[in-house]
Every structure is written in C-alpha cells, then in structure tokens.
Write a protein that binds this ligand. Structure first.
Ligand code: IMP
Length: 196
C-alpha cells in the first residue's frame, strides 16, 4: 500500500520515511505528492495544528490518486502561553531559518524560569479534497539555553527530554521516533491504514 505525503520539509520527510518503515514493517510505502513543488503552498490560516494539517492534506489530495497525509507540528512553551505554537516554522518571520527561529525562542524564554515545553504533531489524511481521519500526539520536555547534538532539525538541539537525559538533538532518529510527537501520531495513522 502507498500513501502520499504532503511536505517539502526535508527534516520531516526523512523522519516520515523512517517511521513508516519501522511501524508498517515494509507494508506501507511513502511517496511525495506528485507535482507538490510545482503548486503554490496553501495558506495555513487555522489556529490549531489539526486545522492546518487538514488544510494541507485536503489541498494536496486533489493532486494524487490515493490517500494523502499532511502534518502540522510545532513547539508550545508554557511560559510563552503556547508560543511559538502553530507559528513554529515562521517564528522569526516568513521563511525563517531554524537558526533564526531558535534565536528568537531563546530571547523570548530567557527571562522565564519555567522552561516546560512540548512538541505537538497533528496528522490529517485526505482523499479527493476531504479529510477522512486525523491523529494528534505530543511529547513533553523543557527548553535549555545551550544547543546540544548533531541530530534532528528545528528546535531539537534546545529540547531536553528527561527520559533520555539528553536533548532531541542528541538522540539518533531511530531513538527519537519511538517517543516523539510525530512518531506517535504516525504510529496511530499507520495502525488505522493497516486496518482499513
Ligand atoms: P510545519 O511545517 O508548519 O508543521 O512547521 C513545523 C515547525 O515546527 C518546524 O519547522 C520546526 O521548527 C518545528 N518542529 C516540529 N517538529 C519538530 C521536531 O520534531 N523537532 C524540532 N522542531 C520541530
């Protein structure tokens, strides 16, 4: 069985491939939506991760002849009232780099002693313009001042995960996928796909 994936984020694409191979034991393959890069991306106008995932999945499902999934994910910090939240990818402005987003995160959180934060991931599956399922999960950690680790992407080097005793940046991808917001939401989607 194949499922189409609606993302151009290379960090996410790599994780999706690994997660699907792990949880479906080779029974599901993931391909990018055909022609994804040739069409303008839809605006992510919703205020929730699930809402934005549905916008992307529905929009791109018109380009594919089978189910399409899209995720919307981000970091929510308690001391920042849930920011950067759905604005995680553009926290330092449209098309901001990971480095710029991380610099803003550090500047905003510096005065706060409460560093509790969670990564959240919502996944929507759509067919021919309609959402047919959504899945959501999260992982709790805290924000540290110094980046650590060569792995991952985005805010990973600043996200300390107590059960590992390291940041996500120090966790190899096969280790991160077992506990991450994206790994758990994807596992639920895969279980659903295999039962269909
Ligand atoms: P999206 O592509 O609109 O869903 O934006 C997701 C953004 O949230 C990414 O660009 C990262 O900045 C951040 N993010 C989401 N998941 C992760 C993760 O697993 N590690 C690090 N950063 C993440």
């Amino acid at each position: 069985m194949n499922i189409y994936c609606a993302t151009t984020n290379p960090g996410k694409l790599k994780e999706f491939g690994l997660i699907v191979a792990h949880y479906s034991q080779g029974r599901i393959t993931v391909e990018s939506v055909p022609g994804l890069k040739a069409v303008a991306a839809p605006e992510e106008t919703e205020t929730t991760f699930a809402g934005n995932a549905a916008i992307k999945a529905c929009y791109y499902s018109r380009l594919a002849d089978g189910p399409v999934f899209a995720d919307d994910s981000g970091l929510a910090c308690d001391a920042l009232n849930g920011a950067p939240g759905v604005y995680s990818a553009r926290y330092a402005g449209e098309h901001a780099t990971d480095a710029a987003n991380n610099a803003r995160l550090l500047a905003e959180i510096a005065p706060h002693s409460n560093r509790a934060a969670r990564f959240v991931c919502a996944i929507a599956v759509a067919e021919q313009g309609n959402t047919v399922a959504t899945f959501e999960d999260f992982v709790e950690g805290r924000i540290v001042d110094e980046p650590k680790g060569p792995y991952g992407f985005g805010y990973d080097p600043f996200f300390y995960y107590p059960p590992f005793g390291t940041t996500f940046g120090e966790a190899p991808p096969e280790k991160k996928l077992l506990v991450s917001h994206r790994g758990k939401a994807m596992a639920a989607m895969i279980a659903w796909l295999l039962l269909r």
